[in-house]
Design a protein around this ligand. Structure first.
Ligand SMILES: Cc1cc2nc3c(=O)[nH]c(=O)nc-3n(C[C@H](O)[C@H](O)[C@H](O)COP(=O)(O)OP(=O)(O)OC[C@H]3O[C@@H](n4cnc5c(N)ncnc54)[C@H](O)[C@@H]3O)c2cc1C
Length: 467
C-alpha cells in the first residue's frame, strides 16, 4: 500500500466508518470477474452503509483526485465493474427496501438489494416486478439499472430503463441528487435519470430507485417447441402474439448446439421434445384471468403445426414442468462456462424480421473464416437479441486472441449491415469500449463525451469504461 493510499485509508475509514472497509480474503470475490476474463486490482475496497456515507467517500475522493469504480453484484459480463487500481466502491451494504406501495404499483429499493429480493418483495405485496435475468440471485438493482439489463420478459415489460420512475444518485463530487420521482406523469424538462440508467457507473453512483410494479398474472403457460428454421420462429412469434392478443411474456430461441450442450452438462434435465430440430423456441404466455390459456395454447400450437412452422412441442402441465423447461434456458450460461468459457461471445440485436438473415449471413462469414467452428446461437428472440457464441472446431484448441477478434469483427459487420447493435443488453464496459467509437457517429460520441465532462469533469468515475 502506498503512503497515498494509507492516508486515504485513514481518512476514508473515519468518514465512512470501520464497517465500510473490506480487507483480506473478503476482497477476493469482489476483484474476480465471473468468467475470470479481467483480473481486478483496487487500492481500497469500501462498502459504505448509506447514501450519506457514500457521499462523504465520494467528496473525499473528488477532492483528492482518487478514481472510483462502482460495483453491485459483480455479475457484469463486459468488465465494467472490474477495478484496475482505483478505489472500488461496493453498494452491497446500501440494501434496504425503503417503500412498497401496492396502490401506486411502485417499490423503492436501494442499490444493493438483489434483483431476486425485489421480485420477492413485490410478490409478497401481491405485485410483480417483471425483470428477470439468469443472474437475478446475485445482481443488484444498482448494477441492473447501470447496465440497463434486459432478460427474458422484455418483449412484454421492456428492459430496466422502462421499469424505473425515479432514482437517487451520488454525483462524482459527492453531491446527492434525490430524483426519487414516483409520478407516472412529470414533464418538467430533461429526464436526467436516463443518463445514469445504462451509464455503467461513468456518471455517478445510483443509490436507490423507484421501480414500477405490475399486477401478478393469474395464469401462465410455458411451451418448448421445435421449429424448422429461424424464419419459422419469426412467423411463430407473430402468430402467437396475434392469436393471444399480446399475451407473450417470453420468446426465447436456441439452436440445437446449445440444447445439446445444456443436456450434456445437466443430465438430470429431460430432453424436452423427441424431434431433433436445428432450432427450438421456449415461449411463455401470461393472462390476468384463470382458465384462458390452456385451450388457447393448444389451438395456437395445432395451427402452427398445420402451417409447418412447428414440428413438435411440449406444453408444461404444471409449475414443476414449466420450471424444468425454463431450467434448459437458465442453465445456458453455466453450461457455456463449463464447456466453452474461452469462446468468442457476441451479444447483439437486430430487428426481429432480420434475425433469420443475420443468422444465415453471420454463419456463412464465420465458417468461411474458421471452417468447422461451432456456433451457439440463443437468446431473447422476441426482442431481436441473440447471444451468438463461436467455439473452435471439436477437438481443436480455443481460438487465439487475434482470431477471436477477427471472428467478432465479422459478426459485428453482419449486425451493422442488418441495422443492429453490437451490444444488446450487456453493455460496453472494457470489452467493447474501443469498438464503440467506430460504430457510433462522431456527433453521438461528442454528445456522450460532453455529458461525461459536465458531470465528471475530473474523469474520476469508472475511468476507461464505456468511453
Ligand atoms: C449467469 C448470468 C446471466 C446473465 N443474464 C443476463 C441477461 O439475461 N440479461 C442481461 O441484461 N444481463 C445478464 N447478465 C449480465 C449481468 O448480470 C447484468 O449486467 C447485471 O445487470 C449486472 O448487475 P450487477 O449488480 O452484478 O452489476 P455489476 O457487475 O457489479 O456492475 C455492472 C456495471 O454497473 C456499474 N454499477 C454497478 N452498480 C452501480 C451503481 N449502484 N451505480 C452506478 N453504477 C453501478 C458497474 O460499475 C459496472 O459498470 C447475466 C450475467 C450472468 C453471470
Amino acid at each position: 500500500m502506498t503512503d497515498h493510499s494509507s492516508d486515504a485509508l485513514t481518512a476514508l475509514t473515519s468518514l465512512a466508518g470501520p464497517d465500510a472497509l473490506i480487507e483480506g480474503d473478503d476482497r477476493t470475490p469482489l476483484l474476480e470477474e465471473w468468467r475470470g476474463r479481467w483480473p481486478g486490482e483496487a487500492s481500497l475496497v469500501l462498502a459504505p452503509g448509506s447514501t450519506e456515507e457514500l457521499s462523504s467517500i465520494m467528496r473525499y475522493c473528488h477532492a483528492h483526485d482518487l478514481a472510483v469504480v462502482p460495483q453491485g453484484g459483480n455479475t457484469g459480463l463486459v468488465g465494467g465493474q472490474v477495478p484496475q487500481g482505483e478505489v472500488l466502491i461496493s453498494t452491497r451494504r446500501i440494501n434496504r427496501i425503503r417503500d412498497i406501495s401496492p396502490e401506486d404499483f411502485t417499490l423503492t429499493a436501494e442499490a444493493g438489494v438483489t434483483l431476486e429480493a425485489v421480485q420477492d418483495a413485490a410478490r409478497e405485496a401481491g405485485r410483480l416486478f417483471p425483470l428477470s435475468i439468469g443472474s437475478e440471485g446475485s445482481c443488484n438493482i444498482g448494477g441492473v439499472l447501470s447496465t440497463n439489463a434486459g432478460g427474458v420478459n422484455v418483449i412484454r415489460y421492456g428492459n430496466a430503463r422502462d421499469l424505473v420512475l425515479g432514482i437517487e444518485a451520488v454525483l462524482p463530487d459527492g453531491r446527492i441528487w434525490n430524483g426519487l420521482n414516483r409520478l407516472r406523469k412529470n414533464n418538467t424538462g430533461y429526464d436526467l435519470k436516463h443518463l445514469f440508467i445504462g451509464g455503467e457507473g461513468t456518471l455517478g453512483i445510483i443509490t436507490a430507485a423507484v421501480l414500477k410494479l405490475y399486477p401478478r398474472p393469474a395464469e401462465t403457460q410455458t411451451a418448448f417447441l421445435a421449429v424448422p428454421s429461424p424464419a419459422a420462429a419469426v412467423d411463430l412469434l407473430s402468430l402467437v402474439q396475434e392469436k393471444s392478443g399480446g399475451a407473450v411474456t417470453s420468446f426465447e430461441l436456441m439452436n440445437a448446439n446449445l440444447l445439446e450442450l445444456v443436456l450434456a452438462h445437466f443430465p438430470d434435465l429431460p430432453r424436452p421434445v423427441e424431434t431433433r430440430s436445428p432450432f427450438y423456441v421456449l415461449t411463455e404466455l401470461s393472462a390476468g384471468r384463470q382458465g384462458v390459456l390452456a385451450e388457447l395454447t393448444e389451438d395456437i400450437l395445432s395451427g402452427a403445426m398445420e402451417r409447418k412452422i412447428v414440428s413438435d412441442g411440449t406444453i408444461a402441465q404444471s409449475e414443476g414442468q414449466a420450471y424444468t423447461l425454463w431450467a434448459l434456458r437458465h442453465n445456458a450460461s453455466e453450461a457455456m462456462k463449463k464447456d466453452a468459457a474461452q469462446c468468442v461471445k457476441c451479444d447483439i440485436s437486430v430487428p426481429i424480421r432480420e434475425v433469420p438473415s443475420f443468422l444465415e449471413k453471420a454463419g456463412n462469414a464465420v465458417t468461411a473464416e474458421a471452417p468447422g467452428a461451432r456456433i451457439i446461437a440463443f437468446g431473447h428472440m422476441g426482442d431481436g437479441n441473440i447471444h451468438y457464441d463461436i467455439l473452435a472446431p471439436d477437438g481443436a484448441s480455443p481460438f487465439g486472441v487475434k482470431k477471436g477478434a477477427r471472428l467478432e469483427h465479422l459478426v459485428h459487420e453482419v449486425v451493422v449491415a442488418h441495422d443492429g447493435s453490437i451490444s444488446a443488453e450487456h453493455g460496453i464496459g472494457l470489452l467493447k469500449r474501443d469498438e464503440l467509437k467506430t460504430r457510433k457517429s462522431d456527433v453521438e460520441m461528442e454528445m456522450m463525451r460532453a455529458i461525461k465532462t459536465v458531470l465528471d469533469s475530473k474523469g474520476l468515475m469508472n475511468p476507461g469504461k464505456l468511453l
